[in-house]
Design a protein around this ligand. Structure first.
Ligand code: FES
Length: 346
């Protein structure tokens, strides 16, 4: 099927496979179509369908609130039913040759571990390697459940078939609710990716600030892994603020402490507990980590006051916390929005 994109004064053409979303068809062929979540929630991929027919892949997609007119569609939630013509407000660039284009692969869950009462870690072995940048995410589907959901990649490995993902339990959340019922080792999965523009770019040589709430820490772990491989903190600094409600919601503490040891003083990690006092037992167990009570964005803004020059910030977690951190960094911290990266899919 031939897809024609009209954007500003440009015209682009590419093929789409049967059942493939318009977004995936374009991205996988090197066209940088607009998107953020790639999974129907944010509305960033809205466009006008000016000719042809499409199949709606998710009729209740929350992102549809951005498609008020009858001919408006979400590129990530529509599959063509023949040749189509699409109109976009944004101009569409070709993806840089060095960037990895998203593709779809089959995989199997090879490890499953409950990290807290509502966060599980999955390891997936793909049938072919997927290269990705630290901070990117994939879409995941399992047989028997409809649709794909977005999950950040925790590890950072080149030419590897292994993906580590964090699954957050969301009551009524489809895939994630089903995943908590039993050990998932052996489950067949379909993975699409990599996606996401909130990626760590070591060549910028910026100091790093990571502010993450709950399972949003997943992408930060990948960034820290990549930074550790590069010994990035020998001449740059890093500050990580990881927010959870209570001590029972904490996880990855040993791994975070390991990152601070490897950084030899270049990286500070603060665990922010919003709803209860810090357990001194736990704090003593991880001498490389700081523990404090408070909301993660408030603690981060207070502790980073006067230390935001030459910084690139990564934000992840519940959208209200990300919005609050974004506002604070720009308005109070005077950090340029171009120095703040986040993906909207939590
Ligand atoms: Fe399509 Fe978010 S709704 S990218």
């Amino acid at each position: 099927m031939k897809i024609t994109i009209h954007s500003r004064n440009e015209r682009h053409e590419f093929e789409a496979d049967e059942g493939q979303s318009l977004l995936m068809a374009g991205l996988s062929r090197g066209y940088a179509l607009p998107y953020a979540c790639a999974s129907g929630t944010c509305g960033s991929c809205s466009a006008r369908l000016t000719a042809g027919k499409v199949e709606d892949l998710w009729s209740d997609a929350p992102g549809k609130k951005s498609t008020a007119k009858a001919d408006e569609i979400l590129l990530c939630q529509c599959a063509p039913r023949g040749d189509c013509e699409i109109e976009l407000k944004q101009s569409v660039a070709r993806v840089a040759p060095e960037e990895v284009l998203p593709f779809a692969a089959n995989g199997t869950v090879t490890r499953w571990e409950l990290l807290t009462h509502d966060v599980a870690s999955w390891e997936i072995e793909l049938q072919e390697p997927m290269n990705y940048q630290a901070g990117q995410f994939v879409l995941l589907a399992t047989p028997g459940l409809s649709g794909y959901r977005a999950y950040s990649i925790v590890n950072h490995e080149r030419d590897s078939c292994r993906l580590e993902l964090l699954i957050k339990r969301k009551p009524g959340g489809g895939l994630s609710e089903a995943y908590f019922g039993a050990n998932q080792v052996g489950t067949a999965v379909r993975v699409m990716g990599p996606f996401g523009q909130a990626v760590f770019k070591p060549s910028l040589q910026k100091n790093l600030l990571c502010i993450a709430g709950g399972s949003g820490v997943a992408g930060m772990m990948s960034i820290l892994s990549h930074a550790q491989e590069l010994d990035y903190f020998w001449d740059r600094t890093g500050a990580v603020f990881f927010g959870v409600r209570s001590m029972r919601d904490t996880f990855f503490l040993e791994r975070l402490a390991g990152f601070t040891r490897a950084a030899r003083g270049g990286l500070d990690v603060t665990i922010c507990i919003s709803d209860e006092s810090v357990s001194l037992d736990v704090a003593h167990q991880y001498p490389g980590l700081a523990f404090t009570r408070g909301f993660v964005h408030e603690v981060a803004l207070k502790q980073m006051a006067g230390r935001l020059s030459d910084v690139h910030a990564f934000l992840a977690g519940p959208p209200p916390a990300v919005d609050a951190a974004m506002r604070g960094l720009v308005l109070q911290g005077k950090l340029s929005p171009t120095c703040i990266s986040y993906d909207k899919f939590n």
